[in-house]
Ligand binder design. Structure first.
Ligand SMILES: [Zn+2]
Length: 295
């Protein structure tokens, strides 16, 4: 992993003006990290290093259109302008098609970098126009120790977060900064009480999910991982993701049939698909919650 940091280092290497280590730099292409362009890029205020990320669950066509307008003009000061599109899979089809035109005729002195977890989540026409670089996940042990040593997390918290971070340091840090463990516990409590909750309470839960758009994907993943753990706990307890909750998972899983659990997982997946396709967020989530409670 390290896709984002590598993209930023690449942008720096393309524009580094460091004099002191010029020979080394030419041989290794490592940016100096001290010159004006390097510092500006690192601080995130270089006008020609453009970051695009989802606003809410999607990268919208307006974002890609405004990107097209910006890069139709010459770069302000960069040797090479670099556009970094994070979570490129969050582009809806309209946004993807708008980007496609830009990929077909890239503007001068501009490099477009798309970051995504799976190429299968992108339009094949986009993938075929890009050069692919693969990144490997960081091992759990290493990630855990980096979180404890360099970011001051408690060992227990580091272990829980590592299980959800899928080998990505930036994801782990984001989970930590957004107080994810508390949110996970809240979601799991809600999931456990769904079948006995009143309709009002269910609708309120759906609404709460829809209000926090930024964390929605993570929230849905937590819910799925909890249900998955309830299935896995019966078949192969060592593979439970939320290991710190293993005794509770074991207990709850005995009260539900595997068929029911799988149906619940499918329900969340269907809601994710509907949201991705642009359905009204709140309606999709309310419907999902009501269905989860009924199954
Ligand atoms: Zn530099």
């Amino acid at each position: 992993m390290g896709k984002k940091s590598t993209a930023m280092a690449f942008a720096m290497a393309c524009n580094c003006a460091g004099e002191t280590s010029k020979t080394i730099r030419q041989e290794t292409n490592i940016p100096c990290g001290r010159c004006k362009p390097c510092l500006k890029i690192e601080a995130g205020n270089h006008p020609d290093i453009i970051r695009v990320k989802p606003s809410g669950p999607f990268i919208k066509i307006d974002q890609i259109r405004s990107l097209c307008q910006t890069i139709a003009m010459k770069p302000y000061e960069a040797r090479r302008r670099v556009v970094i599109i994070s979570d490129a899979q969050a582009m809806n089809p309209a946004a993807s098609n708008a980007l496609l035109k830009m990929l077909e005729e890239p503007p001068a002195r501009t490099i477009l970098i798309l970051l995504a977890t799976h190429t299968s989540d992108l339009l094949p026409t986009i993938v075929s126009r890009c050069q692919q670089l693969r990144f490997k996940p960081i091992s759990s042990r290493k990630l855990e120790s980096v979180l404890v040593r360099e970011h001051g997390l408690a060992a227990d918290d580091a272990r829980i977060i590592t299980t959800m971070a899928a080998g990505s340091l930036s994801r782990a840090l984001r989970l930590h900064q957004t107080n994810w463990i508390n949110r996970r516990n809240w979601l799991i409590n809600e999931m456990e009480t769904l079948s006995t909750a009143s309709v009002n309470r269910l609708l309120a839960f759906g609404e709460q999910l829809s209000k926090n758009k930024k964390d929605l994907q993570d929230s849905l993943e937590v819910m799925t991982s909890w249900l998955r753990d309830l299935v896995v706990s019966r078949l192969n307890p060592e593979r439970v993701v939320n290991q710190d909750l293993a005794p509770r998972i074991r207990q709850v899983s005995q009260q539900m049939s595997i068929d029911v659990l799988v149906e619940k997982i499918d329900t969340i997946q269907a809601a994710q698909n509907a949201i991705q396709a642009g359905t009204n967020l709140r309606l999709a989530l309310e419907a999902m919650v009501l269905r989860l409670a009924k199954i």
